[in-house]
Ligand binder design. Structure first.
Ligand code: SF4
Ligand code: SF4
Length: 507
C-alpha cells in the first residue's frame, strides 16, 4: 500500500461549514427492524422508471427482481424482503419533480426468505464485459446521490479508456456521515469493491479519497489496504472544504485534470464512484446480494438519538426514525439529504430509496431572510467552486434568457448552494438555477423529440417515394415485355393490375 498523501486544495471557492457530524458518528451502525410494509419506487435511478414484472398477489423473495429496467439508463428493482405484493400504486416519494410515484408495495411475511444467491465464483476469471453486465443485474446505482446506473457509467468509462478509478469518500456536506461510518466499519468491502471495479474497467490505478477530518476511516482503510497488499490502490487525503466531494471538483483536486465545461470525468480519463457504490458492487459480485439496503444517517435536533442505520430500501422514513429511537421535541422540518442539497418533504411516509443518504429532522425550519436586490458584492462568484458568475446567471434566469444562461455556463452549476449561503441579499440563487436548468433540459428534450419526429417523417417520405419509383419501373418493364410478347400478354397485365387495385380497395 502506498502511504497516504495529502493535497493542499486546488479547489476554487467553496466554504468551510460547521460539520455537525459528531452527533451521528458516536455509535455504531444499527439495523432497522423489518417493517410490515415495503414501498419500492420503480424509479430510483437516473433513467426511465423500471417496469414491474410481478402482479398483485404474487409472493416475492428477498433479492428477487420485481421490476426490470426500461431503456439503456435503467436499473432493476429488487424486493428487500420476502412477502406478498399487495399493491402497485402511486405513493409519496422524495424527488425533485412531483411528490408521488408508482411503487410496488410488499407486505412482508417476517421470514425474510432469500432468493437463491448468485455466485460468480472468482470474478477475476470473468471477462470484464461479462462482469459489467453482471453489475447491471445487481440494481446498483451511484449511492452518492446522482443514482446514475453504475454499469452504464463503467461502460462509458471503458469506451473512453479511462485510466483512473477514483473512489469518493469525501462526504463534505454537513450532517451526513453514512460514508464515514461505512469506511470505518466496512473498509474491507470498499477495498474489495475497488478491485472488482478495476477488473471490470481494465484499469490499474485507483485512488480512494477521504477528507482529513475522518481519522478512523483513514486508519481502517489503511489497514485493509495493507492486508490486501495491492499496489494499484492509493489512499489519498484532502482538506475538508465544501463541496470538494463534487465529481469534477474531486478530479481536479486529486489528479489536477480539469473536466471541460459540459463534460464528464471520463473526458479526462477518470471514473468516479462513491465508496458506498464500491461496497455495493462487492456485496453483489462477491456475496451475491443485490442493492436492497443502504446506510442512512438519521440526524438533526428533531431526533432522539442521531445515528447511522442500515435500512432496507422501501422502509418508510417513519419506520426508520421509529427504529432509530423516535422524534424529539416538536420536529417541524424534514429533509431527505443534507442541508445544502437535500429536499424537504411534507410527510414521513416517503420510503428510503437507493439515493437516501440522510434523514435530517430539525425542530426549527431555517428562516430565509427577506430577498433584496443584488448589490453586486461578488461574494457569490468568490465561493462558486465552478467559477461561475451567479449574479449574472441570476439576472439571465429572471429574464429567461436561455442563450445567455448557456453562454455563462449554467449547465455546469452543481447546485451546491454556496452562493446562497453568502449572499447578503438573501437571493435564492440555487433554487432559481435549478428551475432554469430544468427548463433548459425540457427545451433540449423537446428539440430532440421534434428532431426525431422530423427524421421519422423524412424517412417515411423517402421510403414511399422509393417504393413508388420501384413500382413504376416494374410496370414500365412489364409493359416493355408485354409489347414484345403481343396483345394477349398486355390484356393479362391489365387484368392483373385491375386485380391489384381491387385488392387495394378491399384492404
Ligand atoms: S452575493 Fe448576492 S448580492 Fe452579492 S453579487 Fe452575488 S447575488 Fe449579488
Ligand atoms: S449553486 Fe451553482 S452557481 Fe451557486 S456556487 Fe454552487 S455551483 Fe456556483
Amino acid at each position: 500500500m502506498s502511504a497516504p498523501t495529502y493535497d493542499l486544495g486546488k479547489l476554487h471557492g467553496g466554504l468551510r461549514l460547521a460539520a455537525h457530524k459528531q452527533e451521528s458518528t458516536a455509535s455504531a451502525i444499527t439495523d432497522i427492524p423489518l417493517p410490515a410494509q415495503l414501498m419500492l419506487p420503480l424509479q430510483q435511478h437516473a433513467g426511465e422508471p423500471a417496469q414491474p414484472v410481478v402482479s398483485i398477489g404474487d409472493r416475492v423473495l428477498k433479492g428477487q427482481v420485481v421490476a426490470e429496467p426500461d431503456g439503456e439508463m435503467g436499473a432493476p428493482v429488487h424486493a428487500s424482503s420476502s412477502g406478498t405484493v399487495v399493491a402497485i400504486e402511486q405513493w409519496p416519494v422524495s424527488r425533485r419533480f412531483g411528490d408521488k410515484a408508482p411503487c410496488i408495495i410488499v407486505a412482508t411475511d417476517g421470514h425474510d426468505e432469500a432468493f437463491p444467491p448468485w455466485s460468480s465464483g472468482d470474478y477475476r476469471a470473468m471477462p470484464p464485459a461479462d462482469l459489467l453486465l453482471r453489475i447491471l443485474d445487481g440494481g446498483i446505482v451511484g449511492l452518492g446521490g446522482a443514482v446514475f446506473p453504475t454499469a452504464q457509467k463503467l461502460m462509458q468509462a471503458r469506451a473512453m479508456q479511462a485510466d483512473y478509478l477514483i473512489l469518493n469518500g469525501v462526504e463534505c456536506e454537513p450532517y451526513i456521515s453514512c460514508d464515514d461510518m461505512l469506511m470505518q466499519q466496512h473498509a474491507g468491502e470498499i477495498v474489495g469493491g475497488a478491485q472488482v471495479l478495476m477488473h471490470a474497467l481494465c484499469i490499474d490505478a485507483c485512488l480512494i479519497v477521504v477528507e482529513s477530518d475522518k481519522p478512523e476511516a483513514i486508519r481502517r482503510l489503511g489497514e485493509e489496504l495493507a492486508a490486501a497488499s495491492d499496489e494499484r490502490v492509493t489512499l489519498k487525503q484532502v482538506p475538508t472544504i465544501y463541496p470538494s466531494g463534487g465529481e469534477d471538483q474531486l478530479v481536479q483536486l486529486v489528479t489536477n485534470r480539469e473536466v471541460p465545461s459540459g463534460g464528464l470525468p471520463t473526458d479526462v480519463g477518470c471514473v468516479v464512484q462513491n465508496v458506498g457504490t464500491a461496497a455495493a458492487v462487492y456485496d453483489w459480485i462477491v456475496r451475491g446480494e443485490p442493492l436492497i439496503s443502504r446506510i442512512t444517517t438519521v440526524t438533526g435536533d428533531g431526533v432522539a438519538s442521531p445515528v447511522n442505520v442500515r435500512a432496507r430500501i422501501g422502509t418508510t422514513v417513519a419506520d426508520v426514525i421509529d427504529g432509530a429511537g423516535g422524534y424529539r421535541d416538536n420536529p417541524r422540518h424534514l429533509v431527505i439529504g443534507g442541508p445544502m442539497t437535500g429536499k424537504a418533504v411534507s410527510t414521513d411516509e416517503v420510503p428510503i430509496v437507493k439515493a437516501s443518504n440522510c434523514i435530517l429532522v430539525l425542530n426549527d425550519a431555517p428562516q430565509a431572510g427577506t430577498e433584496l436586490a443584488c448589490v453586486r458584492c461578488g461574494e457569490c462568484a468568490a465561493v462558486c467552486p465552478v467559477q461561475l458568475q451567479p449574479q449574472q446567471l441570476h439576472w439571465y434566469a429572471c429574464a429567461d434568457d436561455e442563450h445567455k444562461l448557456r453562454e455563462f455556463g449554467l449547465i455546469d452549476c452543481i447546485e451546491c448552494g454556496c452562493c446562497d449561503l453568502v449572499c447578503p441579499s438573501h437571493i435564492p440563487l440555487t433554487a432559481d438555477f435549478r428551475v432554469a436548468k430544468g427548463r433548459i433540459r425540457e427545451l433540449a428534450d423537446e428539440k430532440a423529440r421534434a428532431e426525431r419526429a422530423r427524421q421519422r417523417f423524412e424517412a417515411r417520405n423517402e421510403r414511399l417515394e422509393r417504393e413508388h419509383a420501384e413500382r413504376n419501373a416494374e410496370l414500365a418493364q412489364q409493359k416493355e415485355t408485354a409489347k414484345a410478347a403481343g396483345p394477349a400478354a398486355i390484356a393479362e397485365i391489365l387484368a392483373r393490375k385491375r386485380g391489384d387495385k381491387n385488392e387495394d380497395d378491399g384492404a
